[in-house]
Design a protein around this ligand. Structure first.
Ligand SMILES: NC(=O)c1ccc[n+]([C@@H]2O[C@H](COP(=O)([O-])OP(=O)(O)OC[C@H]3O[C@@H](n4cnc5c(N)ncnc54)[C@H](OP(=O)(O)O)[C@@H]3O)[C@@H](O)[C@H]2O)c1
Length: 260
């Protein structure tokens, strides 16, 4: 039998993926890029008047893939359970789960409030655990799956004024390893992608000051920030057959920022 083609190593054709945080930024590009590689996508974000979730779903459908939207507030445990139920009603199992949704409350550790701490942990760490726990049984019963967390370089090295955020992302990296050890034998690979500053529309604003931007870029060996597509490519690799032997790892997408 001829070996499979190189492109089939990175094909997700015919597979359903659930992407959280799919309304904007990195999550919307991850959703689009999974679809470009053949996946059908369930997108989630919170219900809003001006939600862009439907717009992203439309873009995916225009690629010839299926797309469904489910609204959920991942800070709420009951919303996470409802999201899992609705997603499994669309497709059981969902073999690919990508946790992109995240929040950050920048501020000095001495001033970080309890509310900010709790809100950060709820969305960035508790939600990926509970949603993974809700979707993993169907994956296990049906031959396995892949779970990908979006962490951060701030979960690997210290960064000023990010106490709750960095702790949540460091926790996500350890949760990745833990689930990989427990669920690897059951057919689920669990990995994490850890970007440096990534040029979403909000990050463009946050890093608009040229001096501040240059100072941060000078700490990155490749001297540039990531683009959402850089992160999405790493997700596709870890999701695809080409990444089949990668499990429990955190892949920095940071131009070498965290190697120093
Ligand atoms: N951009 C960067 O520089 C950077 C660097 C490293 C890591 N990251 C990580 O990458 C991920 C995406 O970052 P981003 O910059 O693309 O963020 P973003 O543009 O602020 O988007 C955040 C996403 O998370 C969703 N979200 C936030 N709170 C939620 C909640 N309570 N329930 C449901 N969804 C919620 C938002 O959806 P709605 O608002 O529509 O509900 C939105 O889709 C995050 O985990 C972030 O920590 C980003």
């Amino acid at each position: 039998m001829p070996p499979p083609s190189a492109s089939s190593d990175f094909s997700l054709t015919g597979q359903w993926a659930l992407v959280t945080g799919a309304s904007q930024g990195i999550g919307s590009e991850v959703a689009r890029h999974l679809a470009r590689h053949g996946a059908d996508v369930i997108l989630t974000g919170r219900q809003k008047n001006d939600s862009t979730l439907d717009k992203v779903a439309g873009e995916i459908r225009s690629l010839g893939r299926r797309a469904e939207c489910i609204y959920a507030d991942l800070a709420r445990v009951d919303d996470i359970q409802n999201l899992a139920r609705q997603a499994l009603a669309i497709q059981t199992p969902i073999p690919l789960l990508v946790h992109v949704a995240g929040v950050v409350y920048p501020g000095a550790a001495l001033e970080q409030t309890l509310d900010e701490w709790e809100a950060t942990m709820a969305v960035n760490l508790r939600a990926p655990f509970l949603l993974s726990q809700a979707l993993a049984p169907a994956m296990i019963e049906n031959g396995g799956g892949r779970i990908i967390m979006i962490g951060s370089a701030a979960g690997i090295v210290g960064f000023p004024a990010r106490a709750a955020y960095a702790a949540s992302k460091g926790g996500l990296i350890m949760l990745t390893r833990q689930l990989a050890v427990e669920w690897g034998p059951l057919g689920i690979r669990v990995n994490c992608v850890a970007p440096t500053v990534t040029m979403t529309p909000m990050a463009e604003q946050a890093w608009a000051d040229p001096a501040r931007r240059a100072a941060m870029q000078n700490k990155i060996p490749t001297r540039r920030f990531a683009q959402p597509r850089d992160v999405a490519n790493a997700v596709v690799y870890l999701a695809s057959p080409g990444g089949d032997m990668i499990n429990g790892m955190t892949l920095p997408v940071d131009g070498g920022y965290t190697i120093q």
